[in-house]
Ligand binder design. Structure first.
Ligand code: IPD
Ligand code: CA
Ligand code: CA
Ligand code: CA
Length: 261
């Protein structure tokens, strides 16, 4: 059953209250001693805050939406095998390297999909204390301010954001894409990169991502008329990793073509 605009607004407001608390807790934890560990390799960082935030968010979701499934990064979620019903996505700290080393350009991301349809997304820029949130039923907002659809600039007219490691090794045609753009940048985190595309600061962003990295950004970007797909232009698989591309219509066309050539 589809949700009414009223129901969607209520869920949005509830999650905004959670994020208000999480913003304060995350900033104060960042100023204290962080316990930093590694996962796959020495560049794949995880902290006590990633784990604590995920435990808090998942507990809030479970008490609010009792039949929901949760896909989250640090192991406190579920492992759904399909997208039926309510599926929430949680990235408790997106850009852990930036969080630990730069103290900026990291985010907390949450998204809700119902029967595989994007319903709501939240990307909290923790340091600036701005939540980018919304979905197809209500539009997209930066805190209370409505965001308009960005200009449909081409790749040659704008800045493209790419994953640094893949750019360095010339993977996925990223070197050709960077050369064809007016400018290119490496932000080092998915959420802050999505924010730059939905606010029109960048014409596109591509990286290999897990579902919690792109779920919220996809809701917001699609609502604003941007294109979200894999780098071949195909629909994203919500339950595995993808080479994600979010871009304006024109930049999307330019990037998919360059990737194929
Ligand atoms: C990572 C960042 C990074 C992206 C990686 C993600 P994390 O998220 O968003 O920019 O290239 O694929 O895993 O691990 O810091 O939440
Ligand atoms: Ca991580
Ligand atoms: Ca992430
Ligand atoms: Ca993370």
């Amino acid at each position: 059953m589809t949700m009414s605009q009223f129901e969607v607004q209520n869920i949005d407001q509830t999650v905004l209250l959670w994020l208000d608390e999480l913003q304060k807790d995350t900033i104060s934890a960042m100023r204290q001693h962080l316990q930093v560990g590694t996962k796959r390799d020495e560049r794949d960082l995880v902290t006590n805050v990633d784990k604590a935030n995920e435990q808090k968010i998942n507990a809030l979701i479970r008490s609010f939406d009792t039949n929901a499934q949760i896909v989250s990064e640090e192991g406190f979620g579920d492992k759904p095998t399909d997208m039926n019903g309510h599926v929430w996505f949680v990235d408790p700290i997106d850009g852990t390297m930036n969080f630990v080393k730069e103290h900026t350009d990291f985010a907390i991301m949450i998204a809700l999909y119902v029967d595989n349809q994007p319903v709501l997304g939240w990307i909290l820029d923790v340091v600036d204390n701005v939540v980018y949130h919304g979905g197809p039923k209500i539009g997209v907002f930066a805190n209370q301010l409505r965001i308009q659809q960005p200009e449909d600039d081409s790749l040659a007219e704008g800045v493209v954001l790419l994953s640094g490691a893949r750019l360095l090794y010339g993977m996925f045609g990223y070197d050709q894409i960077a050369k064809a753009a007016l400018g290119y940048r490496v932000i080092g985190a998915a959420g802050p990169s999505f924010i730059r595309v939905i606010t029109g600061q960048a014409v596109g962003y591509s990286s290999k991502m897990m579902p919690w990295d792109f779920a919220a950004g996809q809701v917001l970007a699609k609502t604003l008329g941007l294109i979200v797909s894999d780098i071949d232009g195909q629909v994203l698989d919500m339950l595995s990793s993808n080479i994600v591309l979010v871009a304006t219509k024109r930049a999307h066309r330019d990037i998919v073509e360059l990737h194929k050539s």
